[in-house]
Design a protein around this ligand. Structure first.
Ligand code: ATP
Length: 356
């Protein structure tokens, strides 16, 4: 049983002049322990869809099942009364782009907020807050005020606050969008640690595919209120279908940029008649590298690698290389077939103004 199951969720905002359909009959299942990235440009409907999970946004239609207790008895959130909903929401923490801390409270006071009505004793609350601050790396900042903290530290306070009631699910709504790249990576690393150590399910709303690539194991891409593509991180990165998905991936890798540069280079210094430019895409280190290392011995084809990049996505190496192969036509053809036989994607790339 997934921990979150949205079915045919529709959210329509009634405006004076027209209705805005922010989410159009979308369904989404999130498994316990997932870090599920929801990617899309501003206005795609990401926040609206995800906010239906804790009913911060009431769907116009559809079902929102959440199985917080992990007992295969999910709760239909849309049917809960106010008290029951408050109770469930405690188990769904949230963090935001602008942290939403209370400036007049100390770090300790901010993290204490969600525990105001908890049945814990004063001493237990204090111990809990101290433990949470240590967990997010702010053990020595309890008495500071938000104005004394950097953006990354503020987000850590917000994370500690979101964890105060031991949630099962954490919704991160553009939580790293206001941070610089280094701080972003630190916050993402913290989220990953919480996912691994606490078993926290994380829903990561973002317009940055880079963030998704760092920590998510699943991805949904949204556009105009629809999920236009979804899958494992590996599937989405290695075999994107929609143009929008491809665009997002290009922003998170420098593949496209490398190709443009290599093409420019080869216009200036054209390929010889016995040379071809190829793009090699592979998944898993056992695939392309052994082939590349024996091309000369096997086919008398020489290789000049102009660009090569490998990333680890959910523990699997995913690589791209741009290379010039040089040899006689029959041998070049044999090389291309050998790569395909080993499930390595290889494409010959045409160079405008050159012979390829
Ligand atoms: N309370 C609201 N009233 C009216 N329209 C709304 C409301 N909330 C969102 N919308 C509209 O719904 C659409 C989806 O917005 P949503 O915030 O879900 O997008 P998003 O993908 O999360 O983008 P962003 O990252 O900019 O918030 C937009 O057209 C937005 O203007």
């Amino acid at each position: 049983m997934p921990v979150i199951k949205l079915t045919d969720v529709n959210v329509t905002f009634k405006q004076k002049s027209r209705d805005i359909v922010a989410v159009q009959n979308e369904s989404l299942e999130i498994e316990r322990g997932d870090i599920y990235g929801i990617v899309g440009y501003s206005g795609a409907g990401k926040s609206t869809l995800v906010r239906t999970i804790n009913l911060l946004q009431k769907p116009t239609a559809g079902s929102v099942l959440v199985d917080i207790e992990n007992n295969d008895h999910p709760v239909e959130m849309t049917t809960l009364n106010a008290a029951a909903l408050r109770d469930k929401r405690k188990k769904i923490g949230m963090i935001f782009q602008h942290f939403n801390l209370m400036d007049e409270l100390t770090v300790f006071g901010n993290v204490a907020q969600p525990l105001k009505h908890s049945s814990l004793s004063r001493a237990d609350k204090r111990a809990k807050i101290t433990e949470l601050l240590a967990l997010v790396g702010l053990g020595d900042r309890a008495d500071n005020y938000p104005s004394q903290l950097s953006g990354g530290q503020k987000q850590r306070v917000a994370i500690a606050r979101a964890l105060a009631n031991d949630p099962e699910i954490l919704i991160s709504d553009e939580a790293t969008s206001a941070l610089d790249p280094r701080t972003t990576n630190q916050i993402l690393a913290l989220l990953k640690k919480l996912n691994q150590e606490l078993g926290l399910t994380i829903v990561l709303i973002t317009h940055e595919m880079q963030a998704v690539k760092e920590i998510a194991n699943k991805v949904a891409v949204m556009e105009n209120g629809h999920i236009i593509e979804r899958g494992s991180l590996l599937e989405i990165f290695t075999n994107p279908q929609a143009q929008l998905t491809k665009d997002f991936i290009n922003t998170a890798t420098n593949r496209e940029e490398a190709l443009v540069k290599v093409k420019e280079l080869l216009v200036l210094k054209p390929l010889a008649a016995d040379e071809i430019l190829v793009q090699i895409d592979y998944v898993g280190e056992e695939t392309a590298q052994p082939l590349l290392s024996t091309i000369f011995a096997d086919f008398a084809v020489t290789t000049n690698i102009l660009y090569s990049n490998m990333e680890i996505l959910t523990n699997t190496p995913v690589g791209t290389a741009l290379a010039v192969f040089k040899g006689d036509a029959a041998q070049l053809n044999a090389v291309l077939l050998a790569f395909e036989d080993h499930n390595v994607k290889i494409n010959q790339i045409e160079i405008q103004g050159g012979i390829a």
